[in-house]
Design a protein around this ligand. Structure first.
Ligand code: GCB
Length: 641
């Protein structure tokens, strides 16, 4: 198996790089574009053959999947792991096959000036895509979208339905992101022949499958491929510089107008790049920092071009927020005002659907964030769905956007092949998320093994590259406060520290927290003179487990631990501490180990989103911090009126 996967992966890495040519605008309806969702039930078959390669050898893509063998119903989007009662599928490693028959509207097919795009929001980890048995694309990486132009293939079979086949492989190796390792356990008396396991160094379950929406969408042949906006303001005038890239014509005519929430056009311009000035600007403000947070304008982009004898037109509407971000040696500034992250770390994780996008869950989580008085979260430990970031834009929830660079612990995962892929992932991430006002900082990795000599140069290259891709946002990586200083930290704009005093060390000794936390802050700020975010801290609490005086794993212990951290945070936030993100928003699934009781229980909410005692501590605190700024109308100052 190892060899086959490896061969496919090498091709995938090349292809991913190749795919970078184009922009990745979120598919939206417009007068010139149509979107069709392909979510729902797909046919599914896991390749349980010993080498996991029967699907390729027997070309399962060449005909209906049901003709290759037994298929089952599989919902999309969802992880496949928790859908059935089959333990083999829950812990499956290798290729699984998805298939759906779809009709494409005849008006799409007949109009040769229409591009027909197939887009997968994300599939973990490698994907290969066929339409009617013809390969149309492949992609490496489990958390970012990819797409293929399927117009030519679909038009070959006008009048019949289209068969879309997607093979997805969740195998992680030293050079994937996140990295992992497949180990063969060759001991005939202890393990069956050919036995292997996937091991990883990260603390969440390696859910797999098609995790986000699959869409078909159209654009004209001459189309808006990418838009980049950068915003600023001076007094009450907003400044929005834009760049539109158009494909399919060398001399397109581009017009842009900016429309406010009253549908009034407040600025317009012609040309593929330019600067819009907006008088009486409504700035984009974070939740709880302004009475009207998350103000969005709409940038309406219109392109016309001659194509042969016809005239083509494309239109795309991009929500935009006008705001600035800056960092000093002690502050994080949004719109020139000090911003304090009082927020959470999350995971894309829930019962049954695993990492599958789920609207009820997304809306529930936003309601809980607001209930908590949280103004921010970090997308630990990978890029989240675009739909989530759109919610953040609209609600004013500030985001630290993280790459899937988690669990980089083996020396081989610092090699050039890993770095090359990591750089590609940063490009895909920045390209996808650069226009979200909610995203205020990039995190290139979480806790890479800092003690290994290659860690420093690896992080230095990543940070430098990310700054080249986007000079408007600060860049960081997340380090554990126990790790050696100097490995990469000198290059970041904000120092982000994870620490678990009285949990992974000095177990049960809550009384040491304030001393150790104080030392941590003074050492790191003393050395680097940069603002600090406490990017993780927390304790497992099994819901319903109680003991007073507090014992580890009880709700009382989690509560007491959070409170012990908070008193030191209060001292340091007067100086250089610019944020605190509790680990974690909700309990989440992990691999099985003696360290975890059916998952990580450091959530302040259960996995089903019910509050533990710790949630009330955080809620009380976050509203108090928000109220200190005094910008909130009195009616919303819960719980301290
Ligand atoms: C960490 C990791 C996070 C873990 C957490 C824990 O430092 O960044 O992925 O889940 O600690 O609970 O151990």
């Amino acid at each position: 198996m190892g060899r086959l996967l490896f061969a496919v992966c090498v091709v995938c890495a090349w292809d991913a790089a190749h795919l970078l040519g184009g922009g990745m605008l979120f598919p939206r309806d417009s007068p010139t574009r149509e979107v069709k969702e392909l979510n729902g039930l797909w046919s599914f078959r896991a390749d349980f053959s010993p080498g996991r390669n029967a699907g390729f050898q027997q070309a399962w893509f060449s005909g209906p999947l049901r003709e290759s063998g037994p298929v089952i119903d599989m919902p999309v989007p969802a992880s496949y792991n928790d859908i059935t009662q089959d333990a083999r599928l829950r812990d499956f490693v290798g290729w699984v096959w998805y298939e759906k028959e779809v009709w494409i509207a005849v008006r799409w097919l007949r109009d040769g000036n229409t591009r027909i795009m197939l887009r997968v929001g994300s599939a973990h980890y490698y994907s290969v895509v066929w339409v009617n048995g013809e390969k149309v694309g492949q992609h490496e990486g489990g958390h970012l979208p990819f797409e293929a132009d399927i117009g030519a293939v679909a038009r070959k079979r006008n009048g019949t339905s289209c068969r879309i086949t997607i093979a997805v492989n969740n195998t992680l190796d030293f050079h994937t992101l996140p990295p992992g390792r497949v180990e063969y356990l060759n001991h005939p008396k202890r393990y069956p022949s050919g036995y292997f396991v996937q091991s990883t160094h990260f603390d969440f379950f390696n859910y797999a499958g098609i995790h986000r929406s699959v869409l078909l969408y159209t654009t004209p042949k001459v189309y808006i491929d990418d838009i980049t906006v950068v915003t600023n303001f001076s007094d009450s005038t907003g400044l929005l510089s834009y760049q539109v890239s158009v494909v399919g014509s060398t001399r397109p005519s581009v017009r842009v107008s900016l429309v406010d929430q009253d549908e009034k056009c407040v600025a317009s311009s012609a040309g593929s790049s330019g600067l819009l000035k907006i008088v009486n600007i409504n700035l984009w403000w974070p939740y709880l920092m302004h009475e009207k947070p998350g103000y969005l304008y709409t940038l309406e982009v219109q392109v016309t071009a001659e194509a042969g004898n016809s005239f083509l037109e494309d239109m795309y509407s991009l929500p935009v927020g006008v705001r600035t971000v800056q960092v000093t040696s002690t502050q994080f500034l949004i719109n020139n005002k000090p911003f304090y992250f009082h927020g959470v770390n999350k995971h894309e994780d829930s019962d049954i659907r695993g990492k599958g996008l789920d609207w009820p869950l997304i809306v529930k989580d936003f309601n809980l964030l607001k209930w908590l008085g949280a103004n921010s979260f970090r997308t630990s430990h990978y890029p989240y769905a675009e739909e989530v970031l759109q919610m953040c834009d609209r609600h004013g929830i500030v985001v630290i956007g993280e790459s899937p660079g988690v669990g980089i612990k083996d020396v081989q995962s610092f090699e050039n092949a890993s770095l090359a892929h990591h750089l590609v992932v940063m490009e895909e991430l920045v390209r996808r998320d650069k226009n979200h006002p909610s995203v205020v900082m990039w995190s290139v990795a979480n806790e890479p093994a800092a003690e290994m000599p290659p860690a420093g140069p690896y992080i230095k290259t990543l940070v430098a590259h990310t700054k080249l891709l986007d000079w408007t946002r600060p860049v960081t990586f997340i380090t554990n406060s126990n790790f050696a200083m100097d490995h990469g930290v000198p290059y970041v704009d904000v120092v982000c520290l994870n620490s678990y005093f009285s949990w992974y060390q000095d177990q049960g000794h809550l009384e040491v927290i304030s001393l150790q936390l104080n030392e941590q802050f003074e050492d790191w700020h003393g050395k680097y003179q940069k603002p600090i975010i406490q990017s993780e801290y927390g304790a497992d609490a099994v819901p319903g487990l109680h003991n007073d005086p507090p014992l580890m794993f009880t709700e009382e212990y989690q509560k007491a631990m959070l409170e012990s951290y908070h008193s030191t945070f209060d001292q340091k936030r007067k100086k250089y501490l610019v944020g605190e993100l509790v680990w974690n928003f909700a309990d989440f699934m992990t691999g099985q180990s003696i360290m975890r009781v059916a998952g990580n229980k450091k959530g302040i909410f259960t996995r089903q989103r019910q509050p533990k005692a710790g949630a009330y501590v955080i809620r009380e605190r976050y509203w108090r911090i928000a109220n200190e700024t005094g910008v909130m109308p009195a009616w919303s100052r819960y719980p301290c009126q």
